[in-house]
Design a protein around this ligand. Structure first.
Ligand SMILES: [Zn+2]
Ligand SMILES: [Zn+2]
Ligand SMILES: [Zn+2]
Length: 85
């Protein structure tokens, strides 16, 4: 399955995404693969420095580097929950 982000998430408007993405192989609606649907943030924007997993409650932040911890989130989702955004 080749899941594609919803137009909202692809545009960085994660708060507007209803959670529906697209499966490019099946030409059908599929769950949006964006990590934003699996983690919450300390503030509403996806650029927040901290995150918390909606499934297991684990979280982290990257206040020191002030860089978004997307890599950390993707790694967590992949290792802990088998989700590959
Ligand atoms: Zn998103
Ligand atoms: Zn989405
Ligand atoms: Zn988790």
């Amino acid at each position: 399955m080749t899941a594609v982000l919803s137009p909202d998430c692809a545009a960085g408007k994660c708060t507007a995404c209803p959670g529906d993405g697209w499966d490019a192989d099946q030409d059908a609606v599929a769950p949006c693969p964006c990590a934003c649907h699996h983690v919450t943030h300390s503030v509403k924007t996806w650029e927040s420095y901290s995150w918390r997993c909606k499934t297991c409650g684990e979280g982290g932040n990257d206040y020191e580097t002030k860089e978004w911890a997307q890599d950390d989130v993707n790694q967590h989702l992949g290792i802990e929950h088998g989700i590959k955004p």
